[in-house]
Write a protein that binds this ligand. Structure first.
Ligand code: A2P
Length: 260
């Protein structure tokens, strides 16, 4: 394993795309020795005065990909993201050799439908999962929900679902069995409201013309706002859903979206 004197991989930025003044996506070269499971996160960042300044970032590319993709918020005054938002192709990014996380197939019991509920940058681990053939082997249908304040914040999700449907490896499966549901909370759009309200009112299920959640065959992954996670958990547990972990798989798993 080739790591620098800080014990970190030093990789290069290959591509940066700014979606809004709050959100951007970037890609870096992948260290050959880095192994991860789709849905996991890694600590990454920049050198500051020769020392690493790192934050947790979900890897948005699938485990088989040659490059690593990340989707980041720009936190005003945030020590890392204030700098990270200015990166350009060729710049150096540091990352830890170890990845981890609970939004992985291993933490879920076998099931038929996989629901991935996300807000904001919480969509990133699911962008990895929807491009992994294993997801389509393990589940019959996949539902990705993404809720943001405004329409322009949803674009990364639309681009990523389009890329999955166009992907030579999973494109056919994704076109037939992946469903994307995007909603906004502070601006009009095709679907309006928090995912919690849309689930509770039944509107989500009616729109997609599908059955309500059932712990016998449904599995749920959530990533995003801490409050969204708490509210969905409080909705799921009385229905009989049980939280899973890597060592003890269950019917749902959670991870908050990390803020740099
Ligand atoms: P809202 O606009 O009603 O707060 P943020 O940009 O603050 O990270 O939020 C991302 C999205 O998550 C917003 O659309 C926000 O809706 C939504 N959200 C925040 N809290 C909750 C919650 N408790 N349950 C469901 N959605 C939530």
């Amino acid at each position: 394993m080739t790591v620098n004197s800080a014990g970190l991989f030093a990789e290069r930025v290959t591509d940066v795309q700014h979606y809004t003044d709050r959100l951007f996506r970037f890609r870096i070269t992948r260290p050959q020795a880095l192994r991860f499971r789709s849905g996991e996160f890694v600590m990454l960042g920049l050198p500051q005065d020769g020392k690493p300044l790192l934050r947790a970032y979900s890897i948005a590319s699938p485990a088989w990909d040659e490059s690593l993709e990340f989707f980041s918020i720009k936190v005003p005054g945030g020590p890392l993201t204030e700098k990270l938002q200015n990166i350009k192709p060729g710049d150096e990014i540091w990352l830890k050799p170890k990845t981890t996380g609970t939004l992985v197939n291993d933490a879920l019991l076998p099931g038929q439908r996989l629901f991935m509920l996300s807000t904001g940058t919480g969509i990133a681990p699911f962008v990895s999962i929807i491009r992994d053939p294993e997801s389509y082997e393990k589940f019959q249908t996949l539902y990705l929900t993404h809720t943001c304040r405004t329409v322009d914040e949803l674009k990364y999700g639309f681009d990523s679902v389009a890329a999955a449907k166009d992907d030579p490896l999973v494109g056919e499966e994704a076109t037939q069995r992946l469903f994307h549901f995007a909603s906004t909370t502070r601006e009009p759009s095709a679907h309006q409201g928090r995912i919690t309200s849309l689930i509770q009112s039944g509107e989500f299920f009616r729109t997609l013309n599908i059955e309500e959640l059932n712990p016998e065959h449904d599995r749920i992954m959530m990533c995003g706002s801490m409050h969204m996670i708490q509210d969905v958990k409080a909705m799921l547990e009385p229905k009989g859903f049980v939280e899973g972990s890597n060592s003890n798989p269950g019917s749902f798993v959670v991870e908050r979206a990390f803020v740099g």
